[in-house]
Structure formats: C-alpha cells, structure tokens
Design a protein around this ligand. Structure first.
Ligand SMILES: Nc1ncnc2c1ncn2[C@@H]1O[C@H](COP(=O)(O)OP(=O)(O)OP(=O)(O)O)[C@@H](O)[C@H]1O
Ligand SMILES: [Mg+2]
Length: 478
C-alpha cells in the first residue's frame, strides 16, 4: 500500500509524537489528534487506512471513537492503546471490531509489527474486493474458484479439455477439489446429458472393485444370483470418475488398461465382449510417478491415464484464494442457515490467511460452516467463531491444544503468554473456576449463582459463554 494514511489519537503529546515519527519513517502519512472529538472530526472528513487510538481520552473515549469509525468508515483498521491492567476494556474493543490492542508501555517495534500486519490484511481485503467483481468471469468455472496463478492455469486447462474425450488424471492432496474438477469437466462436455458415475477405488477390496467396475454374470461366484451391470456399462455415453485410482490392484490395473486400449471388456464370469463409449477421469492423492518407479503401478496404464494431467495445488500454496473461497462459502452457508452474516472481521481474515489448512479447501469450508453456525446475526465473524472455542486466546483464554489455529501460533496466544499479560490469563482462569464453583454450590441455578457472584443473570450467562462453561462440562446451564 503506497503511503497509507494513519490517524493517531492520544492526549499525551510525547506519545503522539513518537508514534507519528515511527510511522513516518515507515512511509506512512500521519495525522494526529489530541482529543476524541478532534479525532472523530478527522475520521469524518478523510479516509484513513488505520486509526491508532488511546482508550482513555478526555471527553470522548476510545470505544466511542471505535464505534464512530466502524459506522463512518468500516474499512478502516483500528488499533487501541490501553493502560496496563485494563485488558478487559481492550477485549471489549476487539469484540466491537478493533483489529488489535497494545498495552502500555510498549516499544515502537511492537506497534510497528501490529501496523504492518494490519496493512497486509487491508491490502488483501482490497485485492479481494476487486477480485469479487471479476470472480464470476475470469476466475471461476462451474463453482470452482481460483485466482492464484496455478489455479488459473488449472481453470484454463479444464476449459480446454472439457469438450474433448481425453482421459484426465487429477492429482492433489485431500480436499483440494479433485472431485469438483471432475464434475466441472463432465458438466461442460458434450456428455453432460449422459451419466456421471463415480467409483471410489479405495473403498472396495479387489474382487468387489472388479465386479463393481465390470459387472458380473449370473452364477459368476457364490451369491451372484443374477446378472449385474458394472459401472463402465452404466456410464455408457457419459463419464466414469475413478477416484483414488492409485489404490487399485495389479489385476484391476490390467483390466482397466484393456478397456482403455480396446474400449471393450467382459463381465466377471462371462465371455460376451461388451463395447462401451465412456470418458474416463481419474483422481489420486498419491504421486503416481513414484508408484510406477516403485513397481506398484503399471507404467503403460499411467501413460494411458495421464493424457491430460491436472495438478491441484494445496491451499497453503495459494493464499490469494483463501479469502475468496471463504467469502464464497460464507455466502452459501449464510443463505442456507437463513442467517445474515456480515463478513469476516479483519482479525479473522488475518487468521485465515496465516493458517496452513492441512485439510485444504474442505477444511476451510468446514471452518466457515462452523463460524456461520456460531456467529451472531448481523455481526462480523471473529476468530473465536472460526475455531469454535469460547475461551479462545483472542478472548483471553489459553491456547487450545486441539485447535489448528492455536497450534500454529495465534499472534494473540503468543501475546497472552508474554509476561505482560500473564496476570490477565491467570485472572481469567481464576474467574472461570470461581464461576464453576458458584454454579456447583447453587446446583446449577443461574439466578442464585449470579446473586452469589454479585452479577446480573445476563452478565453471568455471557461469562459462561465466553469461558465455555457448559452443562456437560461444568454443571452449568447452557
Ligand atoms: N476451487 C474451489 N472452489 C470452490 N470450492 C472448492 C474448490 N476446491 C474445493 N472446493 C470445495 O471443497 C470441498 C472438497 O473438495 P473435493 O471433494 O473436490 O476435494 P478432493 O480433492 O476430492 O478431496 P479428497 O481427496 O479428500 O476426496 C468440496 O466441498 C468442494 O466443493
Ligand atoms: Mg475426492
């Protein structure tokens, strides 16, 4: 982003000057305001990429500034500065949509790190917006989205190969979209009105796979009470998609090779030669070339299958696609759940982009589905909606060992374990235990427990939700 526009709101002159100098050195254009009112005036007048505001200010405080900023200029990223010991308010600010907070005293390097991270997110958001407009055109094909260079090559290749009868071999890790590609090819081929039949080769033992593919005659084996057509016959004039082709046994490999060479075969236990007109698409997570070298896969069959190879890159190698896909899924799930879910907050976007997604697009899709389920209507999706842990490190909890985002090191989690924030974590843990105890003492009666704790029932309910205190785990009401 060339010369991002940054506004600093702080009543301490020294703080204003030092932040302004540090940001100017980084190439930012900086404006400063000494009061909340002055700051809000500026926000209303000109667009800022980033607003850095102290939380405690005379007159209008940081939370009010944040609220105005979200209303007037929702794209602006807000970083709040808090005094040591007022982390509760900072967490509140984050819930209201601030990107991050920094606790006084802090070093300029710490602040610059947050600013740079936010700028990266804003840049990606910007790219994403322009992309959305182009999406339906250049970067998508039958529900297959991809903006990354390799994905665009894949989409071009699919468009070219779809109208032909060539055999296609789709390669890629689990969840990268192999089946979706096979579908797109079939539905854009002249065979689209014919059948699209899928066989998962890994799901069946050798003999069953053989009869599944080629069918059998009556009496071919014990239990074969009548003749049965195989998938090749059922896919006549259509497409047969053989998933996990790397798993087939040498015997099935030989039979498959023959069909590919001669377009004919016999049913198991039969001698009538059957001719079929089938287009074959295969997919595998395995490196088939290596399988050939290791002698587990026939070389002649490999060449027959990979007339047109399509290699799908893993999601971690196409970060540009993460937000595009996430928004696409958000729209779909929101619609299905009948929920008006707004968008991903800046922090949630940052988290999505940083995460490696070992389960690829499928994992991203599931993550978004969970987030839609857990998020509130008309609210942005936040990191804790993505991971599904109510005591997520972003809300002051400890890193969750079973959470992928946490195990890859959520920046907040790192921050929370840094010495400045340890007291805060300890306090929250203590508060959680204290609430659990109160609920135990009142035999899960929330009204009684709230009285005991000196809280309103609503405040107690919110705390239970935040700390993940559920009836099953801790004896509290849901
Ligand atoms: N480029 C993409 N655009 C939109 N959705 C995608 C894309 N790639 C994958 N998906 C979605 O991700 C999910 C997983 O894709 P798919 O089942 O095709 O993966 P796969 O490679 O066949 O996985 P596996 O090897 O585990 O069978 C599907 O719901 C699919 O619709
Ligand atoms: Mg699949």
């Amino acid at each position: 982003m060339p010369q991002p526009n940054v506004l600093i709101i702080d009543d301490e002159p020294l703080m204003r000057i030092s932040i302004a100098d540090a940001l100017k050195d980084e190439g930012c254009q900086v404006k400063v305001a000494a009061t909340g009112l002055e700051g809000v005036d500026l926000i209303k007048k000109e667009p800022f990429e980033i607003v850095i505001s102290d939380l405690r200010l005379p007159g209008m405080d940081g939370l009010q500034i944040l609220q105005t900023c979200k209303e007037v200029s929702p794209k602006t990223g807000v970083i709040v500065i808090t005094a040591h010991g007022s982390v509760e308010t900072a967490v509140g600010a984050i819930k209201m949509g601030a990107y991050d907070y920094i606790t006084k005293p802090f070093s300029m390097d710490e602040l610059l790190m947050i600013v740079n991270r936010l700028l990266k997110v804003l840049e990606l958001e910007d790219e994403n917006r322009s992309l959305r407009e182009e999406l339906e055109g250049r970067f998508s094909f039958k529900g297959l989205l991809g903006k990354n260079d390799k994905m665009r090559e894949v989409l071009e290749k699919i468009k070219l190969v779809a109208p032909t009868d060539s055999t296609v071999l789709i390669l890629g890790e689990s969840g990268t979209g192999k089946e979706l590609v096979a579908n797109a090819i079939h539905h854009n081929s002249p065979r689209r009105d014919g059948a699209f039949i899928k066989v998962s080769c890994a799901a069946l033992p050798e003999s069953l796979l053989e009869t599944e593919l080629f069918g059998h005659e009556r009496g071919a084996f014990t239990g074969a009470l009548r003749q049965r057509k195989g998938r090749f016959e059922l896919a006549h004039q259509g497409t047969l998609f053989l998933d996990e082709i790397g798993e087939i046994s040498p015997l099935v490999q030989v039979k498959l090779l023959r069909v590919l060479q001669e377009r004919q075969f016999e049913r198991v236990g039969g001698d009538q030669t059957i001719e079929v007109d089938v287009r074959l698409i295969c997919a595998t997570q395995r490196d088939l070339k290596k399988e050939v070298q290791a002698g587990r896969f026939r070389e002649d069959l490999f060449y027959r299958l990979s007339v047109v190879p399509v290699q799908l890159p893993p999601l971690r190698e196409r970060k540009e696609d993460v937000l595009v896909l996430a928004e696409h899924f958000l729209g779909g799930f929101g619609l299905r759940a009948g929920k008006r879910v707004k968008a991903f907050s800046q922090r949630a976007q940052g988290l999505l982009i940083r995460y490696s997604f070992p389960g690829n697009v499928r994992e991203l899709e599931n993550t978004v589905e969970r987030a839609v389920t857990l998020s509130h209507e008309n609210k942005e999706i936040e990191p804790w909606d993505l991971c599904g842990f109510p005591s997520c490190p972003y809300l002051g909890g400890p890193p969750q060992p079973t959470c992928g985002f946490c195990s890859e090191g959520v920046p907040m989690a790192e921050k929370k374990t840094a010495s400045a924030d340890r007291l805060d974590v300890a306090r929250e843990q203590f508060e959680r235990q204290y609430i659990v105890k109160a609920l135990e003492r009142t035999k899960d009666n929330k009204t009684e427990a709230a009285k005991l704790l000196g809280l309103s029932r609503k405040a107690l309910w919110e705390k239970c939700k935040r700390y993940g205190i559920t009836k099953e785990t801790n004896g509290a009401e849901e």
